[in-house]
Design a protein around this ligand. Sequence first.
Ligand SMILES: Cc1cc2nc3c(=O)[nH]c(=O)nc-3n(C[C@H](O)[C@H](O)[C@H](O)COP(=O)(O)OP(=O)(O)OC[C@H]3O[C@@H](n4cnc5c(N)ncnc54)[C@H](O)[C@@H]3O)c2cc1C
Ligand code: SF4
Length: 332
Amino acid sequence: MLRLPRFEYRAPLELGEAAALLAEHGPAAAVVAGGTDLFPNMKRRQQEPQLVIGLRGIAALRAIEPTAEGMRIGATASLHQVANHPLIARRYPALAAAAGLVSTPHLRRMGTVGGNLCLDTRCTYYDQTYHWRKSIDFCKKKDGDICWVAPGSPRCWAVSSSDTAPVAVALRAQLHLTSARGERRVEAGAFFRDDGILYLNRRPDEILTHVELPPLDGWRMTYEKLRRRGSFDFPILGVAAAAKLDADGLVEDVRLVLGAVGSAPVDQSALAQPLVGHKPSREAIDDVAAAAYKGARPLDNTDLHYAWRKKMARVYVARALDTVCMVHRESA
Ligand SMILES: Cc1cc2nc3c(=O)[nH]c(=O)nc-3n(C[C@H](O)[C@H](O)[C@H](O)COP(=O)(O)OP(=O)(O)OC[C@H]3O[C@@H](n4cnc5c(N)ncnc54)[C@H](O)[C@@H]3O)c2cc1C
Ligand code: SF4
């Protein structure tokens, strides 16, 4: 049985107290929300904080409420709440769907939207027990010097495997962070970094407090997830697509973001721009899907064969764009 290492646990009831603790202890401390990622990682000694600061007692971080223009979701709102909230389901169905596709019902009740956005990147050579990792002399991401996926590479290629991250990027969500030094706001697209180790644009003393969703104003949006088992696996590909059609059915704007194909969600909206100004057609969507296929570069460090996952990027992008552009194909 894997055991947690010894650590001190604090459960402040005020955000200011949590921020002060983080400021005092720096990288030796970590915050925990649902613990469904952090605690298994601590059992495998991937993360070894001496102080763990629980956020769930802080009422201010839990609220889900409409704003004048959009919605505000507290970082410790559970994935279950996000998936089942009637207003989120109506205004942001892709986010509700992504939250509802994470893991299992049990983990969605414990896991939070903030923890999902801050989820550690994943890799076959990293998500292993301490002894397994030790037997290969560890790797760059923790305790070692080499990358086993790309031994000549100066960087780590661990994969962003969050279901809500690509949706947050496609929604242009604003993420609010608080520290003892003050508050700041980052657009989701700038929050995720293409680096398997430093994968967030978040300082160790910062707490994600809430996610602000701008109004969707006529956008249609979807999230498609590929995984081995439909019942509970991490995504090995996630596609968030959004489109806005005008009254004549012409595409006014379109967004396309791929998850689980790199260390950060990959915004491929530029590849979808040829759809703009036209009535969407199967052929045009297939061209975008072919371009997305070329741009997707999954590596051999997660589930199933990377070449197959790359092929599936084409299929899933076409499927997602069909949905948001309301293109119907004859079944073969
Ligand atoms: C079997 C299994 C299957 C899973 N399947 C999926 C899946 O399909 N899709 C998926 O996306 N995830 C999956 N997960 C991962 C995880 O359950 C979810 O991502 C969950 O949303 C994490 O939220 P949490 O609140 O439990 O995070 P925690 O474990 O509490 O935290 C995760 C990380 O985020 C940091 N953090 C948490 N909250 C904040 C905050 N407010 N501010 C700053 N940092 C913060 C923590 O320090 C930690 O580094 C799975 C996990 C397991 C064990
Ligand atoms: S990509 Fe390389 S450095 Fe990063 S976790 Fe995997 S093996 Fe380690």
